[in-house]
Ligand binder design. Sequence first.
Ligand code: SF4
Length: 222
Amino acid sequence: MVRSRDGVYVWVTWLAKLMAGEFTCQWSAWFRSHYTGYTRAPSDFQLAAWTAEHAQLLDELVRERAGVGEAVYREDQNRFRVRRSSGLRLAGKPDLIAIDRSGRVTVYDAKTGRPKHSDLIQIMLYMMCLPHASPLYKGKALHGCAIYANGQRSDIPPAGIDDAFRRTATYFLDLLDASSPPRRTPTVWDCRFCDITVADCEDRLEAEATADALDDGAEIPL
Ligand code: SF4
């Protein structure tokens, strides 16, 4: 049963995709931030395959960092929540945080798909929030790293969390914090990866209905 949340709640991955412009329907993230208990579209076998691949990639990374003597904290050990003065809560769960013998902290996220801007923004949001979320990271300049199944690694220096990044994060948090929703902008691509059903979004485009037109192109009378 869909119901209003007890205060606005934002998951870091929703914010990262908005900031990267990879998910254009802002209403989707706004709705999730303000409501809970809604009926979710079923996930498919591709998600199950992704989950298994991600677990392996992360496990290999954990072994690698522990193998060089670093302290490693994995997934649920890294859950955090920070709060704006408005009451909005921003929460996340970094895949892995590793601390080397010199005290250097690196936030890792394992990615099985092709590299996307949102991968890096997601890690940068973790780097921005964690010093406020846990005494373990308070006052520290955190490093970041996205690792991919193809072996690629993208490092993020602490300087990446600058005023411009904080301003952009603030802009999109303001959007999600607003009491009035942004417009829905349904596209077959966004709706395909959106878990909100027609029960709550009558504008949802079903992939089956549009796949033929996208595959073959619509006829033009020329
Ligand atoms: S189903 Fe489509 S239009 Fe509706 S919220 Fe999701 S992305 Fe937006």
